[in-house]
Ligand binder design. Structure first.
Ligand SMILES: NC(=O)c1ccc[n+]([C@@H]2O[C@H](COP(=O)([O-])OP(=O)(O)OC[C@H]3O[C@@H](n4cnc5c(N)ncnc54)[C@H](OP(=O)(O)O)[C@@H]3O)[C@@H](O)[C@H]2O)c1
Length: 295
């Protein structure tokens, strides 16, 4: 049983989930089924990952009741706008094979088309009011995006999912989230974006950090497990991705040890302030060309 977090509207969400970004569709159902059989009860997908259908298949194959699994997905920017986002909900639920989503979030701010981002969020508010989704939120929002959104909408997001690992912890975004009662959820919680295979230039791989290795050795755990403990002990949700059964199990085997205050502080001290993922403030027009299929 994973610890649960209570969102700002009273809905509970398992703190630890399985991510499926870059999980090939043909491996996704098995990864989801494996995770659910190990005890995971939360899956994070996205329209843009192209594997919502296989996430639904994996949930059904596990035999676990739909009501016991927390399903989170994201609306891609090309579906922003009020009617477009209502339709994006229909596409996502059709692919997942469910009637209701537990958490639906905007994948990122479309900073050069913020009116459409706001309209998309207003569609999420409508879906929430109609009981089609249990909670709504955002992803990759920085302080000024949240300030602009909150000024123009009614419902405070339940979750802000952001790049967050020891080398890039975004303390200012964590702070603004906390100020508004928004739960911070870490993507790349074990620093995947610092070592994705085939992502071009060499990056400093957080999994190979000597300070993290020393903490891991002290607990007889792995660096990935230490990073996930750091996330959860500081009150964040984390959604590590793996399609490898051994690593899916490893990432869930984190409930039998505890980091000390000094170890948490040592992990905090590794922050470089350097983002690895795309800067949410740099418009990327190509992302609007990506059409999310109907089926
Ligand atoms: N909102 C956004 O913009 C956004 C962006 C990126 C990600 N996300 C979400 O966050 C999830 C997690 O982030 P992420 O996929 O970027 O990175 P991550 O979970 O930090 O790391 C994933 C990478 O680490 C490997 N891995 C997994 N467990 C491991 C372990 N115990 N030891 C060593 N390597 C391990 C995985 O490979 P194997 O599969 O081979 O194990 C994969 O290459 C995504 O899947 C997605 O759901 C959201």
């Amino acid at each position: 049983m994973t610890p649960e977090l209570v969102l700002n509207n009273g809905v509970t969400m398992p703190a630890l989930g399985l991510g499926v970004f870059q999980s090939p569709p043909e491996e996704t159902a098995a990864a989801v089924e494996t995770a659910l059989n190990l005890g995971y009860r939360h899956i994070d997908t996205a329209a843009a990952y192209g594997n919502e259908r296989q996430v639904g298949d994996g949930i059904r194959r596990s035999g676990i009741d739909r009501g016991d699994v927390f399903i989170e997905t994201k609306v891609w920017v090309s579906d922003y706008g009020y009617d477009e986002t209502l339709h994006a909900f229909d596409k996502a639920t059709r692919k997942l094979g469910v009637d209701q989503l537990d958490l639906l979030i905007l994948h990122q701010p479309a900073t050069d088309r913020f009116d459409r981002t706001v309209a998309a969020y207003q569609a999420l508010e409508k879906l929430l009011a109609d009981g089609r989704v249990r909670a709504i939120g955002v992803s990759n929002f920085m302080r000024h995006h949240l300030t602009d959104l909150l000024a123009r909408t009614e419902i405070v997001p339940a979750v802000n999912q952001i790049e967050l690992h020891p080398y890039f912890a975004q303390p200012d975004v964590q702070k603004v989230d906390a100020e508004h009662g928004i739960l911070t959820q870490a993507w790349s919680p074990i620093g995947g974006i610092t070592f994705y295979p085939g992502w071009g230039e060499q990056r400093r791989n957080v999994l190979q950090d000597p300070a993290i290795a020393a903490i891991a050795a002290a607990h007889g755990k792995t660096p990935a497990q230490v990073m996930l403990r750091w996330q959860l002990q500081q009150g964040r949700s984390a959604i590590p991705k793996s399609t490898n059964p051994g690593r899916i199990a490893e990432n869930f085997d984190i409930f039998d040890f505890e980091l000390t205050a000094g170890q948490l502080a040592a992990l905090d001290a590794l922050d470089t302030g350097i983002r690895n993922g795309p800067d949410p403030d740099v418009p990327r027009t190509a992302m609007f060309d990506r059409v999310i299929p109907e089926d």
